[in-house]
Write a protein that binds this ligand. Structure first.
Ligand code: CO8
Length: 380
């Protein structure tokens, strides 16, 4: 469904923040550990594999990963445990109810940077949206915890839209400011993806990284930022697909299933996703621009979702009729990998200060759901 709220107020993006974890894992490190795990598994299951009762685990390759995805490395919130072949998942210390949760900590770090960039203080903000692929608990909302930590008056809530959570959250922020139900909104994307990655699955063990991004949305009347952008329009579309799925959820307790079985982790039919989502995303961007009277050739910058370099090249080429240059469509997934909804916002955070007044760019996400979200921005 598409929707546009009539612009009572002129809405701007006035600040963006990026918080990056300290730990990195290169393809080589990841592949070395996966291959050691797979070799051990195959050795331990020699008899069943020979009897064709179970399939041998295939080996992974750093060269394949880089060629198929463009990913060279990723950041992780906790490195401990990921490369341990007797664990194959991160190890986080549990925190008590009185301590700041891991995800709120990530969110606060990004939010403080966004506020600084927007030249705002928590007292200016009246709405907090934490929008991401997963929240570490159902309630109280991470957004309300962040609100309390930062000392913000007003209200906050979480929203989950997988890879499009950031753009869908920004649309909600835009509409709230346009309609006057909020004055200044923090949209925060603490993407703690590593707990949901199946590090024993060759097809997906390399895809994701952890990061947090945040964006400040307000009216042009209150904006005091050095770098700000008019939001020319927002658009969100969803279309149901099972090709990217996680069945992790609270109902597992009563279905007596293993709550950590492989279907409860991220899994996908990556080829189908690639084939189906690229044309949808290209058409989405084309229609959104056209409805705003913007020609594709007028786009100064494409801040695209960062799932796969080949997807981004295909989408921009379909619309431009040629390859986009790295300056036009910057790539961050080589060092960040796929960070769920934060990808396009990282691209924006790292590549917006060089735009000139009147330059137009598009933020666009695409992913599970399927879900596609876009914002067309004009530098002020
Ligand atoms: N090493 C070596 N070989 C491999 C590996 C590996 N690691 N992985 C696969 N292969 C093999 C395959 O088995 C296959 O072998 P064969 O031809 O013998 O069957 C061969 O390489 C080719 O495999 P694929 O067809 O799978 O390879 P592709 O070229 O299609 O590349 C990709 C795989 C990179 C996954 C690609 O299909 C892709 O990027 N697709 C798009 C996926 C996408 O965008 N998904 C979005 C997911 S993110 C999202 O929506 C948010 C979810 C919420 C966040 C979740 C956080 C955990």
């Amino acid at each position: 469904m598409e929707n546009q709220v009539s612009n009572k107020n002129n809405v701007v993006i006035s600040g963006v923040g990026l918080w990056t974890p300290e730990n990195t894992i290169t393809n080589e490190e990841l592949v070395e550990s996966y291959n050691a795990w797979a070799t051990k598994f195959n050795h331990e299951h020699e008899v069943q594999i020979a009897a064709e009762e179970i399939a041998a685990k295939p080996l992974s390759s750093a060269a394949f990963i880089e060629k198929a995805s463009g990913i060279k490395s990723r950041y992780v919130y906790a490195k401990e445990g990921v490369l341990d072949i007797d664990r194959m998942r991160p190890k986080l210390e549990p925190r008590s109810d009185d301590e700041l949760s891991h995800q709120a900590q990530m969110a606060v770090s990004a939010a403080e940077k966004a506020l600084l960039a927007a030249n705002k203080t928590p007292a200016d903000v009246d709405m907090v949206i934490v929008a991401c692929a997963y929240t570490e608990r159902s309630y109280p909302a991470i957004a309300i915890e962040v609100q309390a930590k930062l000392g913000i008056q007003g209200f906050g809530f979480d929203m989950l839209v997988a890879c499009s959570a950031a753009t869908f959250g920004l649309q909600r922020a835009h509409d709230s400011v346009a309609a006057g139900s909020a004055k200044c909104v923090l949209v925060i994307n603490p993407e703690l993806t590593s707990p949901q990655v199946n590090y024993t699955d060759r097809d997906s063990h390399f895809i994701f990284g952890d990061v947090a991004t945040a964006v400040v949305v307000e009216t042009s009347a209150t904006c005091q930022s050095e770098y700000s952008f008019d939001v020319m329009g927002t658009r969100c579309v969803t279309s149901y697909s099972n090709n990217i799925r996680s069945n992790f959820g609270y109902v597992a307790r009563v279905t007596d299933e293993d709550p950590f079985a492989t279907d409860k982790l991220f899994h996908q039919n990556g080829r189908k996703v690639f084939k189906e989502v690229c044309p949808m995303a290209a058409e989405h961007i084309e229609n959104h621009l056209s409805d705003l009277g913007v020609k594709v050739s007028d786009l100064r910058r494409w801040w695209l979702h960062q799932a796969n370099i080949n997807m981004n090249l295909l989408i921009s080429k379909r619309l431009l009729g040629r390859d986009a240059t790295p300056d036009e469509a910057p790539v961050v997934l080589d060092t960040f990998a796929n960070t769920a909804s934060a990808g396009s916002i990282i691209a924006f955070a790292k590549n917006h200060t060089d735009l000139l007044k009147g330059d137009i760019g598009v933020i666009c996400s695409f992913g599970a759901g399927y879900s596609i979200g876009s914002l067309v921005l004009k530098k002020r």
